[in-house]
Structure formats: C-alpha cells, structure tokens
Design a protein around this ligand. Sequence first.
Ligand SMILES: [Zn+2]
Length: 54
Amino acid sequence: MAAHNTDQVAISRCRRCGYEAESGSDSWNRIDSPPFTGITQCPDCGSTDVLTGR
Ligand SMILES: [Zn+2]
C-alpha cells in the first residue's frame, strides 16, 4: 500500500538568496503575526519573498 509519488513534493525557494527547502517543512520560518499569518520566511536571510509550490 505504499504509493510513492515524488512529484507531490513541493519545493519553496527564496527569491532573495536562493535558499530552497520543502514547502511547509520545519526548515522554513513561519510568521504568525496578523495580518501576515502563515507567511513563509526564509531562515537564511529573513526575506518573506518566497516562491512556494514547485
Ligand atoms: Zn533567503
């Protein structure tokens, strides 16, 4: 019953420094201050200009 589908692994990338990690992983910082709840932040340079998805 193992359905391996690596195509479903989405990678997010920081547009400022090029940092890459799996979308939604603990590698990314998460901003939870309204109104920016759930915003992904680069742990490397602190930029929130992150491309999510693939
Ligand atoms: Zn960055």
